[in-house]
Design a protein around this ligand. Structure first.
Ligand code: SF4
Length: 364
């Protein structure tokens, strides 16, 4: 069970939040009030107004992508993870370069062009391993494929292992042809949450320092969030506040993606939150994050329920064809992509494919 409590509003909020979707910045207190007291219809309508500041109301964009989990060996030991094995434990693997190329070729065959590399903190794989891999992918595929090279969490680990500052490590990745290091691995960005669930991963301060270095090196990044552990409402709000502050300071966040915790096979266990709670959180995020253009809904963890989040402020989504990390924890992946796209169409959206953008600083 999440620590957030009931998603049923304590009372109807009436017209008290009318300005929230129209571009007026809301405070943490107002966000809390919205969560606790606005009903679904009110949240949805405010989120739609906030979405309309950036996007045509009936248009949604998507990408077809594959997450390539290059190694499952990890020393971080997050208690919500069903994917990792410790070094020297049975079942550990590192994908060969040929395996990686075969997975990318498979993605191109189904019409996708976005790869996200994501794996464990494997002490046997130094930063150079990744730089060589990313340079090889860029050389082989050029602009036919875009890739999210690492998450911020992996980046922090690799820079630390290499004895490099975040700025130095970021420069190495950029010089290897990397355009994107995403905000993945953030889950809930409060120090308390990190201590409860992932104490070996990074501190919140390190996370944002590293993300700032990625932006300053001229690469692009994104914000992510995962809900449905045992986080409190205050922790969710703190995460959103930190995200908005970071965007105010750097302008570097292309998008905000929220997905939901899958508890199966994990040490922490628990239950999944309802789609309704997810939609409400997407709406609250859209309203609160008034400086982030794209709010993305998670087909990977919410399947067909993800598309209803388009009505609650989301404007963009991925159709993933593989992600071992979430699949190990209970995510199911539908490969009938045309069938999936019919769902947002039935909801009244024009769906259009989009390519990952190349950062201007890297093009120049
Ligand atoms: S979530 Fe990532 S960092 Fe944490 S244990 Fe799993 S693979 Fe390692």
């Amino acid at each position: 069970m999440t620590g957030v409590g009931s998603t049923e509003p304590a009372r109807s909020a009436g017209a008290g939040f009318a300005g929230a979707g129209a571009g007026n910045r809301i405070s943490l207190d107002e966000a809390r009030e919205l969560w606790l007291n606005a009903d679904d219809e009110e949240l949805r309508s405010l989120a739609q107004a906030a979405r309309a500041r950036f996007h045509e109301p009936d248009r949604a964009t998507y990408m077809v992508m594959r997450i390539i989990n290059y190694t499952n060996v990890c020393v971080a030991q997050c208690d919500y993870c069903a994917f990792y094995v410790l070094p020297n434990q049975e079942g550990g693997y590192v994908l060969s370069r040929e395996d990686v190329f075969a997975k990318i070729d498979g993605l191109l065959e189904v019409g996708g062009d976005l790869v996200a590399f994501n794996g464990g903190f494997n002490p046997k794989l130094p930063l150079e391993f990744y730089c060589d891999l990313f340079a090889a992918v860029r050389e082989r595929y050029g602009e036919r494929v875009e890739f999210y090279a690492l998450t911020i969490a992996e980046f922090v680990y690799l820079a630390d292992r290499a004895g490099l500052s975040h700025a130095e490590a970021a420069a190495r990745l950029r010089d290897a042809g990397v355009h994107w290091v995403t905000g993945g691995g953030s889950e809930i960005l409060t120090e308390d949450f990190r201590k409860r669930h992932a104490k070996f991963k990074y501190t919140v301060r390190e996370y944002f320092e590293a993300q700032r270095a990625i932006v300053e090196a001229g690469m692009r990044t994104t914000a992510t969030m995962v809900i449905g552990f045992d986080e409190t409402l205050e922790e969710r709000l703190e995460h959103l506040q930190r995200t908005r502050d970071f965007q105010d300071e750097t302008g570097g966040l292309f998008s905000f993606l929220c997905w939901t915790y899958k508890p199966y096979g994990t040490a922490f266990g628990g239950r999944e939150i309802s789609p309704q709670e997810y939609w409400r959180h997407i709406a609250l995020s859209r309203i609160f994050l008034d400086n982030v253009a794209h709010v993305r809904t998670s087909v990977l963890t919410q399947n067909e329920e993800a598309f209803r989040a388009l009505d609650y402020g989301a404007d963009d989504f991925d159709l993933p064809i593989e992600d071992e990390v979430t699949q190990k924890a209970g995510a199911t992946i539908e490969l009938d992509l045309e069938g999936l796209l019919e769902i947002p169409r039935r909801l009244g959206y024009r769906v259009e494919y989009r390519r990952a953008e190349r950062p201007a600083a890297v093009i120049a």
